[in-house]
Design a protein around this ligand. Structure first.
Ligand SMILES: [Zn+2]
Length: 410
C-alpha cells in the first residue's frame, strides 16, 4: 500500500517493534509439520469464504486441498476463482507471504509448481520460530485451539468458555466429572468443579477464556437449577441456547475475574452475523464490572456499536484481530473514529487469526502495520498529534496494551 511520507516514516518505526499477537488459532508446530503443504496452503482458511462466495462449488474447495489429486488438476479448477478474489483483503496475505517469505512476486500459472516445492521444502522444524519470532518479531502469540499443550515461550493458550458452560446433557457433566475426579450431584457441585477445572488451565499457562456475543437469556438461578436437575434425571438433551447455559456463562465470567483471566469475545462476521451482534453483550458487560473483556473484530459489521461499547465500558478492550484482512479500508476508517472516541490504552492492534497457514500471519501483520501507520500518519498531517506521539500510540497498540491486559510475563 502506498503511504504518505509521514505514514512511511511511522511505518519504519513500527517495523522495529516487538509484537504481541493477540489472537491466533495456531496448533502446536508438530501439527503443521505433519501436513502435506503446497500453494493451496496459502489459500486455506478465510479465503474459503471469498472463493465460495465467488461461485466455487464446495466440492472444488475440498479437491484443491486434497494432496492426493495432482497439483495441475487442482490449479486448473482453482485459477478462474483466484481471478475473482485476488484484490480482496482475505487474499492479500497469501501474495505477501509468497513474495516476502518464499520469494515470488506473484502466484500464477507459471510459478504455482515452484511455489509449492518451496513451501514444502520450508515446512521443517523451526518454521514457527522462523516466521513468527524472526520474520514477524512476535514475542508471544495467544492461540485458541481448544488445547493447552503449548511451549508458552512463543504460544500461549486461550480456552473456550463453552467447554464448561455448554452443558446440554448429563453426558457432558459426567465426562467433565470423570476427567477431574468429581462426583456431581447438584449445580453447586458442578460450579465448584468448574472452578477447579479453570484453575487447572490457569496453572498450565492459559491466560483467558473465549466466548461469542450470542443473544444470551437473562440470568436466572432457579431456572438453571431446575434444568440441571432435569437433565441429570431424564437423560434428554437441551437446545444450544437455554437458561442453564446462560447461567453458567455468567458464573464463569466471575470465576475468570477471580482467577485474573481475561474473557475474549468473538463479535460479528460469521454466517448469520445478526446472532453475533456485539450489543448482545451490553447487559453482561454491565453485570460483570470486575471481568476484563477483550472484544474481538470491532463487531464487524456493527463497528460503531462496538466502538461505543469500548468507550462506555471500562472493562471492555477493542481487539483488531482479524479486522485488517476483513478489509483494510474499513479498519482504517474505523480506527480513525476509534482515536476520537476511545482511550488509547483500550486498543489492541493485531491478531493474525490463522490456524494452519502460519505464513499468512506475516502477511496479515504487514497489513496491520500499514493500517496503523496510515491512520496515525493522517492524524499527524492534520496537526492532531506529533510523529513521536503517533509512534508511542502504535507501540501501546502492538505491545503494551495486550501485555498489560493479559498480564503477560514477557
Ligand atoms: Zn479467531
Amino acid at each position: 500500500m502506498k503511504l504518505s511520507h509521514v505514514s512511511e516514516s511511522i511505518l519504519r518505526e513500527i517495523e522495529k517493534f516487538e509484537i504481541i499477537d493477540a489472537h491466533e488459532h495456531l496448533p502446536p508446530e508438530s501439527v503443521r509439520l505433519s501436513l502435506k503443504v503446497d500453494v493451496f496452503t496459502l489459500f486455506s482458511h478465510y479465503t474459503r469464504v471469498d472463493l465460495i462466495s465467488s461461485g466455487m462449488p464446495d466440492e472444488y474447495w475440498n479437491k484443491i486441498h486434497d494432496p492426493s489429486i495432482p497439483l495441475e488438476e487442482r490449479w486448473r479448477i482453482f485459477a478462474p476463482y483466484l481471478k475473482m478474489i485476488k484484490y480482496g483483503s482475505y487474499a492479500r496475505p497469501a501474495f505477501i507471504a509468497a513474495k516476502e517469505i518464499y520469494g515470488f512476486d506473484d502466484i500464477n500459472e507459471r510459478n504455482y509448481k515452484e511455489i509449492s516445492e518451496r513451501i514444502a521444502a520450508e515446512n521443517t522444524p523451526g518454521i514457527y520460530r522462523r516466521i513468527l519470532r524472526e520474520k514477524c518479531k512476535i514475542r508471544v502469540a495467544l492461540t485458541q485451539q481448544n488445547r493447552t499443550d503449548y511451549d508458552l515461550d512463543l504460544l500461549i493458550p486461550i480456552m473456550p468458555l463453552d467447554t464448561y458452560a455448554a452443558v446440554r446433557s448429563k453426558k457432558v457433566i459426567d465426562d467433565h466429572a470423570s476427567k477431574l475426579g468429581w462426583n456431581i450431584r447438584s449445580l453447586n457441585d458442578y460450579l465448584d468443579m468448574v472452578r477447579e477445572g479453570i484453575e487447572r488451565w490457569r496453572k498450565v499457562g492459559v491466560v483467558g477464556l473465549k466466548m461469542s456475543s450470542h443473544k444470551y437469556l437473562p440470568y436466572n438461578r432457579s431456572k438453571a437449577v431446575a434444568l440441571f436437575d432435569k437433565i441429570m434425571h431424564d437423560g434428554k438433551e437441551l437446545p444450544f441456547m437455554n437458561p442453564l447455559y446462560c447461567f453458567l456463562v455468567e458464573e464463569i465470567l466471575d470465576i475468570a475475574a477471580d482467577l485474573n483471566m481475561v474473557v475474549a469475545v468473538h463479535t460479528g462476521m460469521w454466517g448469520d452475523f445478526r446472532d453475533l451482534d456485539p450489543q448482545h453483550m451490553i447487559p453482561i458487560f454491565g453485570r460483570h464490572p470486575k471481568t476484563r473483556f477483550d472484544m474481538y473484530h470491532l463487531g464487524i459489521p456493527y463497528v460503531r456499536e462496538a466502538i461505543i461499547i469500548g468507550k462506555n465500558f471500562p472493562n471492555v478492550w477493542l481487539n483488531l484481530c482479524w479486522c485488517h484482512i476483513i478489509s483494510q479500508k474499513l479498519t482504517c476508517s474505523a480506527l480513525s473514529e476509534v482515536i476520537d472516541l476511545v482511550p488509547i490504552n483500550k486498543i489492541i492492534a493485531f491478531g493474525g487469526d490463522y490456524n494452519i497457514p502460519v505464513e499468512k500471519v506475516y502477511g496479515h501483520l504487514v497489513m496491520a502495520r500499514e493500517d496503523i501507520a496510515k491512520v496515525l500518519g493522517e492524524r499527524v498531517e492534520e496537526g492532531l498529534m506529533t510523529e513521536n506521539e503517533a509512534i508511542e500510540v502504535a507501540k501501546m497498540w502492538f505491545y503494551d496494551n495486550p501485555k498489560n491486559l493479559y498480564q503477560l510475563k514477557v
